[in-house]
Ligand binder design. Structure first.
Ligand code: Z5A
Length: 213
C-alpha cells in the first residue's frame, strides 16, 4: 500500500479538458492564500524531462514503439520526482502537477495497449510512496475536448491519434477514478471555467483544513 503525500495534487484529463486553464485559476487561489505552490507538468518539468517531452510530442519523429514511449514517460517522471517533487514536498510546498502516473495507465495502457501490471511495476519502482493525495480528473466528452484543442494549431504526435484512442483514454481514467474514490475527484469539465474552478476548490478545501489541523 502506498501512503499518499499531503500537499501533492495531480490533474488529469483528455486533451482540451482545460487543465492549463484550471491551473491558472488554482495558482491565483494559492497565491491569494499565501500558500507556497510549486507547479509542474509531465512529461517535462526538468531539463531531461523537457527534452523527452519534445521528442515524445514531435509529429515528425520516426515511429516510437509503445514500450519506448512508456519508458520515456517514466524516465521523465523519475527525474521529476527526485529533482523537483520530493524536494518541494520536503520543503513544505504544495505541489500541483499537470498529469502524473494515471496518464501512463490511460495513454500507454488503455491507449497503446501496454499491460497494466507492467505500468504498476514501473509506478512502484519510480514513484514509490510519492503519490498524490488528490487527483482531479477533468472529465469531458472526447468530441468537445478535441474541438477545444483544435483551436490551438497543428496536432502533436499524440494528439494525432484517432477518436477511438481518446475514448479508451477517457474510459480508463473514469475507471481508475471509480476504483479509487478516496484519491480521485471527477470534475465536470464541460462546465464554464469558473464553475470548473469552483468544483476543484471544493475538492481542495478539505486538504487545506487537514494540513492546518
Ligand atoms: N502523456 C502520456 O501519454 N503519458 C503520460 O504518462 C503523460 C502524458 C504524463 C502532453 O500532455 C501529452 O502527453 C498528452 C498526454 C501525454 N497528449 N495528449 N493528447 P499535456 O497535458 O501537456 O497536453 P494536453 O493533454 O494536450 O493538454 P491540453 O490539450 O493542453 O489540454 P488542457 O491543458 O487540458 O486544456 P487548456 O489549454 O486549458 O484548454 C484548451 C482550450 O479550451 C483553450 O482554448 C481554453 O481556453 C479552452 N477551455 C479550457 N477550459 C474551458 C472550459 N471550461 N470551457 C470552455 N473552454 C475551455
Amino acid at each position: 500500500m502506498t501512503k499518499p503525500v499531503p500537499r501533492f495534487i495531480s490533474l488529469e484529463g483528455g486533451e482540451g479538458a482545460g487543465k492549463s486553464t484550471l491551473i491558472r485559476g488554482l495558482s491565483d487561489f494559492f497565491a491569494g492564500r499565501g500558500l507556497p505552490l510549486l507547479q509542474t507538468r509531465e512529461p517535462g518539468g526538468t531539463a531531461l524531462g523537457d527534452g523527452l517531452r519534445a521528442l515524445l510530442l514531435d509529429p515528425s519523429q520516426p515511429p516510437i514503439h509503445a514500450e519506448a514511449e512508456l519508458l520515456m514517460m517514466f524516465a521523465s517522471r523519475a527525474q521529476l520526482v527526485r529533482d523537483v517533487i520530493r524536494p518541494a514536498l520536503a520543503a513544505g510546498q504544495w505541489v500541483l502537477c499537470d498529469r502524473y502516473v494515471d496518464a501512463s495507465f490511460a495513454y500507454q495502457g488503455a491507449g497503446r495497449g501496454q499491460p497494466e501490471a507492467r505500468i504498476e511495476a514501473l509506478r512502484e519502482w519510480v514513484c514509490g510512496s510519492t503519490m498524490p493525495t488528490l487527483t482531479l480528473l477533468l472529465d469531458v466528452p472526447v468530441s468537445l475536448g478535441r474541438q477545444r484543442a483544435a483551436g490551438r494549431g497543428p496536432a502533436d504526435r499524440i494528439e494525432a491519434e484517432g477518436d477511438g484512442f481518446f475514448e479508451r483514454v477517457r474510459q480508463i481514467y473514469r475507471q481508475r477514478a471509480a476504483d479509487d474514490p478516496q484519491r480521485f475527484r471527477i470534475l465536470d469539465a464541460s462546465a464554464p471555467p469558473q464553475e470548473v474552478l469552483a468544483q476543484a476548490l471544493a475538492a481542495i478545501e478539505p486538504l487545506l483544513t487537514a494540513v492546518r489541523a
